[in-house]
Design a protein around this ligand. Structure first.
Ligand code: ADP
Ligand code: MG
Length: 696
């Protein structure tokens, strides 16, 4: 392997490249745009574009693209070459400032939820200079936001950037009230831990359900699953190790701080964690990471599965969104400080987050809702669908002491007087690992654990940033001009704990009794996507987003429409794939086996005098199952046709859940039983055992 520090970021037009290649005044102007969001003049953009192009050509690039994140959930790119004809049959390589800052992809085919009327189908992409350009597959990629001509966001980056602005503004107001005059910008930071499965590509290609839907629609449990816990942190297999090594190198070249890799609990499951960065860069990097996982796997004869639940009965994959708030001067605002004053500030931010999570539990739940994640949340392998906060024993005791006005009897035996006493430090490794909590404080950050493995981290971070910004703005309004600042901070902290302690839960989230307890506390439990999505456009949530400038009402209703459509389309594709597979693979396998048994019985009866009991009972069992199979297949077909008549998109999504998805589960149960009964040589689909243990 080559020199890693040299390799790192070698395909990124980062700060050091800009510093080396741009004239001083241009560099300064660009830096100002990046750090303060100021407008970039076209003459500056022209110089930057030329420098970018020259750099990209030296690295072997021939094309450029505006790289964006439409509502499909994945990234989009349209490549243009740098060539420009000169009229004499010759060309030069050119890239203008105009091409850098703005693009006009023909965007009519991206989901818009009705935002883009057909007469105005164009959209445009606008450069996000806060996320550095990079080279991928010989193309200079320029991270961009994607909007309609009338300025509505059609992507995930635009609202994410708006939400970062909202929290920047409100957090700065709070810091100023605490006398901080130095910080110029407050940003949220994210380190997303990414889970995935690796299987052999041969097996993948033999499972059309994996190819079309990303998950297996059938499959009986293998004799050995994850019960021995022998995979977690186990030694890496050579093929996996080679994959991970190459993936790391590819990620490092793109400046992605890939740090940790290990085997997960389920067989064939792994995890990658980067070092955290600013949220919009973390979101871009996570998209690139997922894309590269797939590409690199392919080069190794493997397939990377990013679906939340590729295999029933085996742990699914999630993503942990480690989130914190920092100033540009390097202070993590979720780190308890060394002075009483710092700690009053820490407690104020902490209770703001507690209130935000409680007030907007429904939105946090929605931000991770998808057909795929419905298989995980509440299924005893991932947090429940109920949102709650885990604080750890020590911090919880402190908040309880504040709430009750009693002495805190932790290590310090102190009366908790906000602004008068210093909080104890919480060493990171003693915050016990409550893995069942959806939203856990881990010493100096929160870990939001409800994300599915495929979701763009933009979604949950838009909600988190905006909800916290909103509460901070309420606090700032209240504290501005206060004659007794620390006294009022103490009042807000105490009042907020009292009003929102219902969201704090330090017990086992997988325990059935928690669900009943949560209901008694009045917490929402939105069990699946169609049930959850309605809350996206309630008056309370529309007010949150519009007031903080993150979404307009029109943008919200269109997104709501897209989420519903996505859900219905996903289930429809799964149902059609299932019908196809049962008809073309399962039924022929079953008939072939029945035929063998029946033929043998016929022969035996002709000869006479033999014991037929084994064949007889097998044939009886298979024919009974095959008649259920026929019935369940008919039912599923009928339901997929019946729901098509429903026009309202919320009703349609609910029908897909209640009717089509249920019919799929019933059909699956029969198929899985048949798999255990029919002879292997007739079963054409690779089994779970064959797929999960396919990588050696
Ligand atoms: P775990 O035990 O869950 O793996 P780690 O402390 O190793 O916990 O961190 C997990 C993730 O949290 C990493 O991606 C790390 O970079 C990220 N992280 C650490 N500090 C912060 C922070 N201040 N903001 C956001 N993410 C952070
Ligand atoms: Mg974690």
């Amino acid at each position: 392997m080559s020199n890693i520090p040299e390799l790192f970021g070698s395909l990124v037009f980062d700060d050091s490249v800009m510093h080396n290649r741009l004239p001083k005044d241009i560099y300064k102007a660009l830096k100002k745009t990046i750090s303060q969001g100021t407008h970039l003049e076209l003459d500056v953009a022209n110089v930057v574009a030329t420098a970018m192009k020259d750099w990209a050509l030296e690295k072997g690039a021939t094309h450029f693209t505006h790289w964006f994140q439409p509502m499909t959930g994945i990234t989009a790119e349209k490549h243009d070459s740098f060539i420009s004809p000169q009229g004499d049959g010759k060309i030069i390589m050119e890239f203008s400032g105009k091409e850098l800052v703005r693009g006009e992809p023909d965007a009519s085919s991206f989901p818009s939820g009705g935002l883009r009327a057909t007469f105005e189908a164009r959209g445009y992409t606008a450069w996000d200079p806060t996320s550095p350009a990079f080279i991928k597959d010989g193309t200079l990629c320029i991270p961009t936001a994607f909007c309609s001509y009338t300025g509505e966001a059609l992507d995930k980056k635009t609202p994410l950037l708006r939400s970062m602005q909202a929290i920047d503004k409100q957090a700065l107001r709070i810091l100023r009230l605490f006398g901080n005059t130095e910080a110029k910008r407050v940003s949220t930071t994210v380190g997303p831990e990414q889970e995935y499965f690796l299987i052999s590509k041969d097996m993948y290609l033999k499972r059309p359900d994996l190819v079309y839907t990303g998950r297996t629609l059938f499959g009986a449990r293998p004799p050995k699953g994850q019960e021995l816990d022998d995979h977690y942190f186990g030694a890496l297999k050579p093929a996996v190790s080679a994959f991970m090594r190459e993936l790391d190198e590819e990620l490092w070249k793109l400046g992605i701080l890939s740090k940790t890799k290990h085997n997960e609990v389920a067989p064939a499951q792994h995890e990658l964690a980067p070092i955290f960065s600013t949220t919009n860069i973390a979101a871009d990097h996570n998209q690139l990471t997922m894309e590269l996982m797939k590409k690199v796997a392919d080069r190794h004869g493997l397939t990377c599965l990013l679906h939340e639940k590729p295999f029933a009965g085996i742990n699914g994959s999630g993503k942990h969104n480690n989130w914190s708030i920092s100033t540009d001067t390097g202070t993590n605002l979720l780190e308890p400080g060394d002075t009483p004053f710092d700690n009053a500030q820490f407690l104020l931010f902490l209770v703001a987050i507690i209130k935000a999570v409680d007030d907007y539990q429904d939105l946090l739940r929605i931000s991770v809702a998808s057909a795929g994640n419905d298989h995980r949340l509440g299924a005893n392998e991932a947090p429940p669908a109920v949102v709650s906060i885990f604080l750890g024993e020590e911090l919880n005791d402190i908040l309880t002491a504040i709430d009750e006005g009693t002495a805190y009897v932790g290590h310090a035996h102190i009366q908790m007087e906000i602004g008068a006493t210093v909080l104890p430090h919480f060493p990171k490794d003693t915050t016990d690992r409550n893995r069942t909590s959806p939203f856990a404080f881990t010493g100096n950050k929160f870990e939001f654990r409800m994300l599915g493995s495929t979701v763009s981290i933009a979604e949950p971070n838009i909600v988190l940033n905006t909800a916290v910004a909103e509460v901070l703005s309420q606090f700032a309004d209240e504290l501005t001009g206060s004659p007794d600042f620390i006294g009022d901070v103490a009042k807000i902290v105490k009042r907020t704990i009292g009003a929102h302690k219902r969201i704090i839960f330090n017990g086992n989230g997988y325990d059935d009794s928690w669900i009943a307890d949560a209901e008694a506390r009045g917490l929402s439990n939105l069990k699946n996507t169609p049930e959850a999505l309605g809350a996206f456009i309630t008056a309370k949530n529309v007010a949150l987003f519009t007031k903080n400038g993150v979404y307009t009402e029109k943008e919200l209703t269109s997104r709501h429409e897209i989420f519903l459509e996505n859900y219905s389309k996903t289930i429809n594709i799964e149902a059609l794939t299932m019908i196809d597979l049962v008809s073309k693979e399962v039924v022929p396998s079953v008939i072939a086996y029945e035929n063998e048994l029946a033929t043998l019985l016929l022969h035996k009866s002709k000869v006479g005098g033999y014991d037929n009991s084994l064949e007889d009972s097998l044939l009886a069992k298979v024919s009974k199952l095959s008649s259920s199979l026929a019935r369940k297949l008919d039912e599923l077909e009928a339901e997929t046709v019946a729901v098509r008549g429903i026009e309202d998109s919320a009703e349609l999504a609910a029908a897909y859940r209640e009717r089509v998805f249920s019919a799929m589960n019933e059909l699956r149960a029969v198929v899985d039983e048949l798999e255990l009964t029919v002879a292997s040589k007739y079963w054409s689909l690779p089994t779970y055992g064959e797929i999960l243990y396919s990588v050696i």
